[in-house]
Design a protein around this ligand. Structure first.
Ligand code: UGA
Length: 435
């Protein structure tokens, strides 16, 4: 139990809200989680979790006496000292972040004059905190502190990222709120950086944009490697040894996906555009990333002559391994493009829960990799699930119509697979042909 256990209300029972709630409960705080979706709350009250995130279920179970789940906003705040807002901020048609869920929470806090602080963890445009501060003041809550405390947790390792962060960013100019939030994080292994609200909001957007830029940069280098005969993996390994650059986020592939990089890079671009500034570098990052799965389809088409009536197996559907999240997954663009070219699709993924609409409604899903590969003219490694390394590729080769692999994540050894009779196309490396 933490030396000073606090009472916290967490608004939003999504990836961020549940991880925040579970980790604060683990630190000894009492947490009430409020969501507006009855089914989600019903599941949580019954001890189930509505999402897949490694370690989260165990942590919620271990701390269940300190966790409450409710649909009722007033119940969530009645005992709370701090209200954490962790609702989603999806993109609008203009690319701006939709803040309506945040404002809906702020509206429910107007009478919560006993709160010590309101904290936003959701990713928001710079300036949001100033507007919230004004709204709180107008509601007579001048004495309630406000802070931005952005999250830097990645899906699949969110619990570990929360408990062992590179940094905890606390954006507030109010010393009492900064001290309160610092105490709330006691027990977490990471340095606290306190700054003004706008800068904290920008740290989150800039971090994600820079990571997306790093991925895009190596994808661009990969394209040049393909044209010139260099090997992007060897290039990335050696470039990454420069400690000023680092090897992280230099894995070339089918482009970044997920609920964060695509949304946040567009939101930062929209935010800059709204001030009359065109963020040229980010424009290019977004455009290159959109092209990445399309380039793969074109390369497959060049190899096979046509994709019409070709049976293509997609191996992996989620935007990355270790999650069931399909949001902005490159696999969905790939599947749509392949269908548009007249291909038939089979697919395999151990966790994905795709929407039952096109393109996935038109793909045959199989429980094993080998079944998905049976009769295929080509297979595309879309998500680097470790199970792919344990697949019986010799059996698969004999069951495929053509042993052609497009390794969209550079996870397989091309020489080894060529030795086994496969043609292996990949990103930024020469195509390996059967020896
Ligand atoms: C990302 C950030 O890494 C977190 O720090 C941040 O808190 C989070 O967004 C967020 O804003 O909530 P996440 O989207 O869960 O986390 O996933 P990442 O592991 O960062 O991967 C994002 C995408 O980039 C994936 O599609 C992945 O396949 C791709 N990627 C990543 C590459 O193509 N190459 C790489 O070298 C690394």
């Amino acid at each position: 139990m933490a030396a000073s256990s606090r009472s916290i209300a967490v608004f939003g029972a999504g990836y961020i809200g549940l991880v925040t709630a579970a980790c604060f409960a683990q630190l000894g705080h009492r947490v009430t989680v409020r969501d507006i979706q009855p089914e989600r709350i019903r599941l949580l009250q019954a001890g189930d979790i509505p999402i897949y995130e490694p370690g989260l279920g165990d942590m919620l179970a271990q701390n269940k006496e300190r966790l409450t789940f409710t649909l009722d906003a007033s119940e969530a705040v009645q005992e709370a000292e701090v209200a954490y807002i962790c609702v989603d901020t999806p993109p609008t048609a203009s690319g701006d972040a939709d803040l309506s869920r945040i404002w809906a929470v702020i509206d429910t806090l107007r009478d919560a004059s006993h709160l010590a602080a309101v904290v936003v963890k959701s990713t928001v445009p710079v300036g949001t905190g100033t507007r919230i501060r004004t709204a709180l003041d107008e509601a007579g809550l001048h004495h309630v502190g406000y802070a931005s405390n952005p999250e830097f947790t990645a899906e699949g390792r969110a619990v570990a990222d929360f408990l062992h962060p590179d940094r905890i960013v606390i954006g507030t100019t109010d010393d009492a709120t900064a001290a309160l939030l610092t105490r709330l994080h006691t027990g977490i292994d990471g340095p606290v950086h306190t700054m003004d609200v706008a800068s904290a909001e920008m740290v989150k957007l800039a971090s994600n944009a820079l990571l997306a830029t790093k991925i895009t940069f190596i994808n661009e280098i990969a394209t040049v490697c393909e044209a010139t005969g260099a090997d992007v993996t060897q290039v990335a390994d050696a470039v990454g040894l420069d400690h000023r650059l680092g090897r992280h986020f230099l894995n070339a592939g089918l482009g970044y996906g997920g609920s964060c990089f695509p949304k946040d890079s567009r939101a930062l671009r929209a935010m800059a555009s709204n001030t009359g500034y065109s963020f040229q570098l980010l424009n290019s990052v977004i455009e290159v990333n959109d092209l990445q799965p399309r380039r793969a389809v074109q390369r497959l088409k060049n190899e096979l002559g046509t994709l019409r009536n070709r049976r293509i197996a997609l191996l992996g559907m989620t935007f990355k391994p270790g999650t069931d999240d399909m949001r902005e997954a490159p696999s969905t663009v790939l599947a749509s493009r392949l269908l548009a070219e007249g291909a038939t699709l089979t697919c395999w993924d151990p966790m994905a829960r795709p929407a039952p609409t096109e393109p996935w409604a038109l793909a045959e899903r199989h429980p094993t990799v080998v079944q998905a590969l049976t009769g295929a003219d080509a297979a595309v490694v879309v998500t680097e699930w470790p199970q792919l390394l344990d697949t019986d590729w010799n059996t698969a080769r004999d069951l495929m119509r053509t042993p052609l692999l497009f390794d969209g994540r550079n996870m397989l050894d091309p020489a080894e697979f060529a030795q086994a009779g496969y043609t292996v196309m990949s990103i930024g490396r020469a195509t390996a042909r059967p020896c």
